[in-house]
Design a protein around this ligand. Sequence first.
Ligand SMILES: N[C@@H](CCC(=O)NCCCC(=O)O)C(=O)O
Length: 252
Amino acid sequence: MTKPLVLVTADVKSIDGFNWHAVISTYLHAILKGSDAIPMILPSLGVEMDLDAALDQVDGVVATGARSNVNPQLYGEVPTEENGPYDPDRDATTLPLLKRAIERGIPVFAICRGMQELNVALGGTLHTEIQAMTGRRDHRAPQSDNQDERFRIAHPIEVAPGGCLEKVLGAEPFEVNSLHRQAVGDLGNGLTIEAQAEDGTVEAVSVKDSPGYVLATQWHPEYWVTTDGPSKKLFAAFGDAARAYREKRLAL
Ligand SMILES: N[C@@H](CCC(=O)NCCCC(=O)O)C(=O)O
């Protein structure tokens, strides 16, 4: 059977006076090696693009992390200079993309910003600058130029009993990396909390009664996918879901 095709969301970056649509290669390698699938970068062209026409051709969607924040206007709050940077083109593409993929039963794996986009796309809100919130730890990346240090394991999380994450990883708590300033506030419609940090920060969600596989993590399983057990299992489970979807899609 041919390998599943997976759409990967892109950030819009200004380089040499042009807008580039970019993805960090760790996500692409994790899909290739961890999910045994073919990553296809989806440009963040927003309403210019017929998302259903793109989704007709693929077997999964990965919404990646990014340093930019989801614009607070999308969940009824006011954007501020210090809460930026923002990426409106990415917001305009990924939020409808995630909603549509879920409605169609296309497997979704959303990571960090991707989980926050999923929550906002389903009507939820975000806490901004959680490190300033009473009772919350600092979830930001360590200050370093070394990416292995920035993505180092940072804190434990508890897996919610009886959920999708437990099916993939089991019930035992485990440690994750942490590179975020924002977190799920009000939960989006139909979302279920799958894991939390000790300070209550939502670390993983799924979609209740979703027609397809949907899992979102606040941490970054892509970065250590070749060496970390839970990371490997998460990308393998997503790949299995994309293969199953492809079999159904090509049989039609
Ligand atoms: N900007 C959001 C989402 C964080 C995120 O996706 N981080 C991945 C990139 C990490 C990095 O290289 O710094 C937030 O801050 O919550």
